[in-house]
Design a protein around this ligand. Structure first.
Ligand SMILES: Cc1cc2nc3c(=O)[nH]c(=O)nc-3n(C[C@H](O)[C@H](O)[C@H](O)COP(=O)(O)OP(=O)(O)OC[C@H]3O[C@@H](n4cnc5c(N)ncnc54)[C@H](O)[C@@H]3O)c2cc1C
Length: 435
């Protein structure tokens, strides 16, 4: 099978990239699960935007401070400066952001932000944005989406990517040749016991990069979200209690129902404080109370959280809920340049799979949807400049090699081990360097 451009992943990054590629190119998006089963659909809090020039320095500094100043300032500037265009694009696709009574955009705030600059749609912003992107992508007759089609590996020769080896819904394993391949496979949460991510997001792009010697960056920079609803059932993905709940005034209590921390500290700092408190209390969670948020605000801004907690036996209007930190986001990834190009020819990486240095050591809340979209668009623009053709693309013939991919479980375990071993190695290195 062949296509002009192969996009691996149907989250916001993969979709937005595909939509900005030339309409005369054949684009195939493959996705491991259903087309709408991506973390992009789970995003609750919102998407940042530069409101006006007077907020530029403050937004830039908040992003850098949250990232412990390990961010790439050039990427941060590109992201912030491109935010208005992206939001205009989204509104053009019908994304319905919350508005003030005068019709202007309404902004909220989350931890680490020194001002309100986050656009939202109730507490299901990701679904609103990605649902509209998916609908828009489907209007493009040159874009096809193949569900339950998993990339097992990429095809490469002499550091040139030629496409991917995939397994379809029927279990058939075959190559898809492409002139350009874009990895948009999301994060690595599926490798962890407690995570807010979809379980099928197991860092496959990163594993493949490790296998082929493609440059990676900071893959040990993994963000733990401070507040997810505590449950004893660890096989389920953890339900996020969005940062904007704290941004609107929710407070954290210890076992004695005393406040113990500034709830709007950056995520990594707050997570550390919560773990310390859990240890002091000898408890597997701390409490979160929404008692200071007006009832109407809770109902209109967080209806999904209210519903989910109710389903699990908690009435957030009347009582505290137990919360615990969980793996949430992957700041590191496949190293890319400012156009999302990897160290391999004809291979791009966008979204959470990629690392362009925007987030540094720790992501500022609501910067990831924006970063995914901005740099997916830049990848599409760069790919569009090249006059390749699928028929001209090099093609490595695969025969018996395909048999090596028959045992999917063994491959998944190997990929998991490769990633976790590398993370452990880097963490040890960091510890030695800091001593
Ligand atoms: C609960 C939650 C809340 C969040 N809230 C916010 C928020 O408020 N604001 C914000 O900015 N960010 C938020 N984020 C982060 C943000 O949603 C993600 O970083 C972003 O959506 C990543 O988009 P993506 O397109 O890179 O990946 P995803 O949306 O995760 O998509 C990955 C895609 O890759 C596919 N895939 C993976 N492996 C393979 C494979 N081997 N073969 C084929 N397909 C594959 C998957 O099926 C999926 O389609 C949140 C994340 C979570 C989990």
């Amino acid at each position: 099978m062949k296509t002009d451009i192969l996009v691996v992943g149907s989250g916001c990054a993969g979709l937005y990239c595909a939509m900005h590629l030339p309409t005369n190119r054949e684009i195939l998006i493959i996705t491991k699960d259903k087309e709408d089963c991506s973390d992009s659909f789970l995003a609750q809090g919102g998407i940042c935007m530069l409101k006006d020039e007077s907020d530029y320095d403050s937004y830039f500094n908040d992003t850098m401070r949250a990232g412990h100043f390990e961010n790439n300032p050039e990427s941060v500037e590109i992201m912030i400066r491109s935010s208005k265009d992206v939001v205009e694009d989204l509104i053009g696709y019908g994304v319905d952001f919350q508005r003030e009574s005068d019709g202007s955009l309404c902004f909220t705030r989350e931890g680490g932000h020194s001002d309100k600059r986050i656009l939202f749609h109730e507490d299901i912003t990701g679904k609103e944005i990605t649902g509209k992107l998916l609908a828009e992508a489907k209007r493009h007759s040159n874009i096809k989406i193949a569900e339950y089609c998993t990339m097992l590996d990429i095809i490469s020769e002499e550091n040139v990517c030629q496409g991917a080896i995939v397994k379809n819904k029927e279990g058939e394993i075959f190559p898809i040749y492409a002139e350009v391949t874009v990895l948009a496979c999301g994060g690595i949460g599926g490798l962890y016991r407690h995570t807010t991510n979809y379980r099928h997001l197991t860092g496959d792009g990163v594993a493949v990069a490790l296998r082929h010697g493609i440059s990676l960056e900071h893959i040990n920079y993994v963000q733990i979200h401070p507040t997810t609803l505590y449950t004893e059932h660890t096989e389920e993905k953890s339900f996020l209690i969005s940062e904007s709940v704290r941004g609107e005034g929710a407070v954290l209590y210890n076992a004695k129902k005393e406040r113990f921390v500034d709830e709007l500290l950056p995520r990594d700092v707050l997570t550390k404080k919560i773990y310390e408190q859990m240890e002091n209390d000898g408890a597997p969670f701390v409490w979160l109370s929404m008692e200071h948020i007006p009832r109407e605000e809770i109902m209109s801004h967080f209806p999904n959280i209210v519903r989910h907690c109710r389903k699990h036996g908690y009435d957030v209007l009347q009582e505290c809920i137990p919360v615990v930190p969980a793996q949430h986001y992957f700041m590191g990834g496949i190293k890319v340049d400012m156009h999302s190009k990897t160290s391999m020819e004809r291979l791009y990486a966008v979204g959470e799979t990629a690392c362009n240095g925007v987030h540094g050591k720790n992501r500022l809340a609501s910067n990831s949807l924006l970063e995914s979209l901005v740099f997916a668009r830049r990848a599409a623009d760069k790919i569009s400049e090249k006059p390749f053709g699928a028929n001209n693309a090099p093609r490595k013939e695969l025969g018996a090699e395909l048999n090596a991919y028959q045992n999917g479980e063994a491959l998944a375990q190997q990929y998991k081990k490769d990633i976790l071993d590398e993370i452990e190695r880097l963490n040890k290195l960091c510890m030695i360097q800091s001593q």
